[in-house]
Design a protein around this ligand. Structure first.
Ligand SMILES: C[S@@+](CC[C@H](N)C(=O)[O-])C[C@H]1O[C@@H](n2cnc3c(N)ncnc32)[C@H](O)[C@@H]1O
Length: 279
């Protein structure tokens, strides 16, 4: 839903239960959950299918800097900020995910560089005392919260004019949307929200999934100066093979060049990547 209304009545408990039931990317590895081999494979798979993430986060750039991450999930990006020498503070709604992210940092000897709080970022001031961060980073999170605008309003209080916000929210018109329409045989654009709500995640039943176009994303970030906003990410792998942890291009993408794919991703990518500062 572009405007913030459709999911405003969903309780945060439902959102928490959903992500506790299956933390994001939990099946990215077939190794024993919580082991180093497991986390290594989760990271390899995530950045293999979403190579735009390291490029967007620019982990090395934040060496010696303070990073606030909203919604760290299993902590793949958290770990990489910490590895690069940043001091990371993360807030994550799902205690299951936060527990695994903490364990992950411990396994890599990086607990000293990252603090993970369990809580609802819509209530950030009750979790984190006032302080400033060089980077506020949130990848694929706030569109899953009933009131994303509240999170953005809080985030601004943890930024100075020199801080940067790097945010990924789902883009409203994407190749993935057309794929969902084809899968369900629904070609009625007035049903976008329903389609996205059903199909946005690896598991069905995600209680909240907003999506944004340039205009609604700018409205979400009211009071911020947008430095860059662009679409990225089309999933081009054959899904049956992908589920088996094999990587074979889906037939429709087999003969598409990298250059052409990059062009299409700018037009129809599923991830709206935004860099912004205070306005
Ligand atoms: C799709 S996952 C993304 C996780 C991580 N950023 C990543 O890229 O792997 C969404 C995450 O947002 C968290 N989340 C949703 N609403 C939240 C809120 N209001 N406050 C904090 N975390 C939230 C969920 O618990 C879940 O871990």
């Amino acid at each position: 839903m572009a405007a913030e209304s459709g999911f405003a009545d969903v309780s945060i408990d439902r959102v928490r239960d959903f992500w506790n039931g299956r933390p994001c990317n939990i099946r990215h590895s077939t190794k024993e959950v919580g082991t180093r081999e497991y986390f290594d494979e989760v990271e390899r798979r995530k950045y293999f299918v979403e190579p735009h993430i390291p490029a967007f986060a620019e982990f090395q750039k934040w060496q010696g800097k303070r990073v606030l991450e909203i919604g760290c999930g299993l902590g793949t990006d958290t770990l990489n900020f910490a590895r690069a020498g940043a001091e990371v503070t993360a807030v994550e709604l799902s205690d299951e995910s936060a527990g695994l992210a903490r364990k992950r940092l411990e396994l890599y000897g990086l607990s000293g560089r990252a603090t993970i709080h369990v809580g609802n970022a819509e209530e950030l001031p009750s979790i984190l005392p006032a302080q400033s961060f060089d980077l506020v980073y949130s990848f694929g999170v706030i569109h899953h919260s009933p009131h994303p605008r509240r999170i953005v309003q809080h985030i601004r209080r943890y930024m100075t004019p020199d801080s940067e916000l790097r945010l990924m929210v789902y883009s409203r018109i994407s190749y993935k949307l057309f794929w969902m329409m084809k899968q369900e045989g629904i070609w009625d654009l007035s049903r976008i929200d329903e389609l996205l709500a059903r199909n946005s995640e690896a598991q069905s039943g995600c209680p909240v999934t907003y999506s944004y176009d340039d205009e609604s994303a700018a409205a979400l970030l009211d009071g911020c100066r947008i430095l860059e906003m662009r679409k990225a990410h089309i999933f081009t792998w054959d899904i049956d093979a992908y589920v088996r942890h094999e990587y074979v291009k889906a037939p429709e993408w087999a003969n598409v060049s990298d250059e052409e794919l990059a062009r299409l991703e700018r037009e129809l990518g599923w991830h709206l990547l935004i860099r912004a500062r205070l306005g």
